[in-house]
Design a protein around this ligand. Structure first.
Ligand code: FES
Length: 272
């Protein structure tokens, strides 16, 4: 570990002292580590459980874990959770994301626990061997997740305009709804898909695919514009990552609790 004795907020490191957690930092560097571990554990744990519970649809509202709707028609076997495919894409996309990698390497593997804090091992092999070489699949998960994003926009528009799209989703009792269903559930679904779009558009792989690999930016103005847009989202990728992960879980929770009759903020309660 590098000696940072001259950095502000540090204290001298005892000679010969190094290893897991050894640091000259005086600030509570472990607080972020604990917070990230608790947050990721809670939200990914919820996602894993929700995928096996079923009941991901209520009226014109479809949980993001159960989208696209047609998947329910073809995987409705008791031994295949209908949300398994979306769950694999959600977890695969996020687990291989550059931001999440940094987060969970620190939070769950303490590798390293934080900047300028000692780690257990002394050599670094990068992500060149199994299992971490799988992280290279991120670009493919990004393409899969982008397809799911199209369906999530379809679901959100269907919730907002139930007479237009919800019948195609097999939503019952939508005749009694107004043409524009401006209600808590539809606004929640719309917010969720906007946050997911911001997260996906800021993906490092997408940014590279759109324009990052080009040697001459001014030779392709449209790619340059796309790259600049992706870079704008990318600058706040961590914030998009957390906001969208929380919104996905909250959207599912709201639809689930409403369907169970335990909670709803809708002005109408007409759905079975
Ligand atoms: Fe985070 Fe691609 S790097 S989604």
């Amino acid at each position: 570990m590098a000696d940072v004795s001259n950095a502000p907020g540090t204290q001298p490191l005892a000679p010969g002292k190094a290893g897991l957690g050894v640091t000259q930092r005086q600030d509570p560097w472990w607080a972020e580590w604990v917070g990230v571990a608790a947050g990721l554990g809670l939200l990914f744990g919820y996602a894993g459980v929700a995928a096996f519970l079923g009941k991901g649809q209520w009226g014109p509202y479809l949980s993001p874990f159960y989208s696209p709707h047609f998947m329910q028609l073809h995987t409705g076997k008791p031994w295949i959770p209908v949300a398994l495919v979306p769950l694999i894409v959600i977890i695969g996309f996020r687990a291989t994301c550059y931001y999440y990698r940094k987060s969970y390497y620190r939070a769950f593997f303490a590798d390293p626990p934080a900047c300028a804090v000692g780690e257990a091992r002394e050599n670094y092999e990068g992500e060149t061997k199994f299992p971490f070489i799988i992280q290279n699949a991120h670009r493919y998960f990004m393409i899969l997740a982008s397809f799911f994003l199209i369906f999530l926009w379809w679901d959100a528009i269907g919730a907002l305009f139930p007479h237009l799209l919800s019948k195609h989703m097999g939503a019952p009792d939508t005749e009694s709804l107004p043409f524009v269903n401006l209600a808590f559930g539809s606004i929640l679904m719309l917010t969720n898909v906007v946050l997911l779009t911001g997260y996906t558009f800021g993906c490092h792989s997408l940014r590279h695919l759109v324009g990052g690999k080009n040697d001459c930016m001014s030779c392709a103005p449209s790619l340059q514009a796309g790259w600049k847009a992706a870079s704008g989202f990318n600058a706040k990728h961590m914030q998009w990552a957390w906001a969208s992960l929380i919104s996905v879980c909250l959207t599912d929770l709201y639809i689930r609790l409403s369907g169970m009759g335990l909670l709803t903020f809708e002005p109408w309660k007409v759905f079975k």
